[in-house]
Design a protein around this ligand. Structure first.
Ligand code: ZN
Length: 184
């Protein structure tokens, strides 16, 4: 298990669509382990294989200490809408408000190929949608009308200091800085 470099915006490999996985052996298991390790090191709430330069339909999501290993995932059903700040480990230092489905049901396979279904709302739902977009070569900035919508966010070690600001009135940004969103 190792921490691997995360590709950043501009690397064409982020735009490749993930290929379906049909082999559930050692290579996949090492990739899943590396994804989880790299995500936790960042830290983030999700990471997709294309972010490590692997064009495969594989991603991990971890919210509230629950780790989901998603192989060949797809969204089976979704409801509602939720607009919140979203960031990406491949676009460090920035975030933007993105409208997502409030709840999604994801069908995927585990590391042994066994099919399972999971539903999530709020941050978990957002992380699922963000990672599945990565598997389609898509980034959250694709939803923005203009790059002017990007907001500079503090590094994660400053996040705690801005938590207080989060409790205050939304929209009152301190010199353009807002709370650091969860990254995926
Ligand atoms: Zn991302």
């Amino acid at each position: 298990m190792s921490v691997r470099p995360i590709l950043t915006l501009g690397d064409p490999r982020l735009r490749l669509k993930g290929l379906p996985v049909d082999s559930f052996g050692k290579y996949l298991h090492e990739l899943l382990d590396d994804l989880a390790h790299t995500m936790r090191d960042a830290p983030g709430v999700g990471l997709a294989a294309p972010q490590l330069g692997e064009a495969l339909n594989v991603a991990v999501v971890e919210v509230e200490s629950r780790l989901f290993e998603l192989v060949n995932p797809r969204i089976a059903k979704s409801t509602g809408e939720d607009r919140d700040l979203e960031g990406c480990l491949s676009i460090p230092g920035f975030a933007a408000y993105v409208t997502r489905k409030e709840r999604v049901w994801v069908v995927a396979q585990d590391r042994r190929g066994k099919r399972f279904k999971v539903s999530g709302s709020g941050l978990l739902s957002r992380a699922f949608q963000h990672e599945l977009d990565h598997l389609d070569g898509k980034l959250y900035i694709d939803y923005l009308d203009s790059m002017d919508e990007l907001i500079a966010v503090p590094a994660s070690d400053e996040a705690a200091e801005t938590e207080a600001a989060r409790a205050g009135a939304p929209g009152t940004e301190d010199e353009g800085k807002v709370r650091a969103p969860a990254l995926a």
